[in-house]
Design a protein around this ligand. Structure first.
Ligand SMILES: [Zn+2]
Length: 86
């Protein structure tokens, strides 16, 4: 039976780079389902730079290094503590 090399390290590396880049751009995308998480949704960031959405998180056994909440485009509407100058 022929076994095509489904595991391509360079592709994996590329995906990782894209995940990191996407996060930097403030637009995280799930590495597993390629979905852009909705504003307010949580994404889980792994050691290797992968970003996984809430839905794909249970399919992974590893623990994420951190969780981030996705910011929507309407950033100005978030409630901010008023800074008062006395
Ligand atoms: Zn996902």
């Amino acid at each position: 039976m022929p076994s095509p090399s489904a595991h391509d390290p360079s592709l994996e590396h590329e995906l990782m780079r894209k995940a990191i880049f996407a996060l930097d751009a403030g637009q995280p995308r799930c590495t597993d389902c390629r979905r852009t998480p909705l504003a307010g949704e949580r994404v889980h960031v792994y050691d290797d730079g992968r970003v996984v959405c809430e839905l794909c998180r249970p399919r992974r056994s590893e623990e994420p290094i951190r969780c981030e909440r996705v910011h929507g485009p309407e950033r100005g509407q978030t409630v901010r503590p008023a800074v008062r100058v006395a």
